[in-house]
Design a protein around this ligand. Structure first.
Ligand code: GSH
Length: 123
């Protein structure tokens, strides 16, 4: 990876999922704030990156054929981060399964959908 990933972000649990992944995998990134309280997710510029008007989203400056490419949905963004951290190697079959499992787990469980009510152990 040569250029910093642009992370379209606002400080919510879904936003944190991508910045935490970048931090943990030591990937270079720059924050592009999207103030969803002010409706910045509805600008034509942001909708061109994330057509479902939701952050997080990213622009990878080192996309296919050397051209920038955008992606949205936090689960696939974490898959992208994991694969980027392994480059220039391709993920092994074992790593592919681990990456997919972690991405789906973090999509459905920690973060936006977790709360003290549903993380407490029944007694
Ligand atoms: N499934 C999406 C959910 C993203 C999402 O819900 N983002 C919210 C903030 S946490 C958002 O941008 N909302 C703006 C809106 O609904 O207009 C993901 O995991 O990336």
């Amino acid at each position: 990876m040569t250029g910093a990933i642009e992370v379209y972000y606002w400080p919510t649990p879904n936003g944190h999922k991508v910045t935490i992944a970048c931090e943990e995998m030591a990937l270079p990134y720059v924050i592009k704030p999207v103030n969803i309280g002010r409706g910045e997710q509805f600008t034509p510029e942001f909708l061109a990156i994330s057509p479902n008007n939701r952050m997080p989203a990213i622009v990878d400056p080192d996309g296919p054929d050397g051209r920038p490419i955008s992606m949205f949905e936090s689960g696939i963004l974490r898959v992208f981060c994991s694969i980027s951290a392994i480059r220039p190697m391709a993920p092994t079959a074992t790593q592919t399964r681990s990456i997919a499992s972690m991405a789906c787990w973090t999509n459905g469980w920690p973060g936006a959908s977790s709360s003290p009510a549903n993380t407490a152990s029944p007694t």
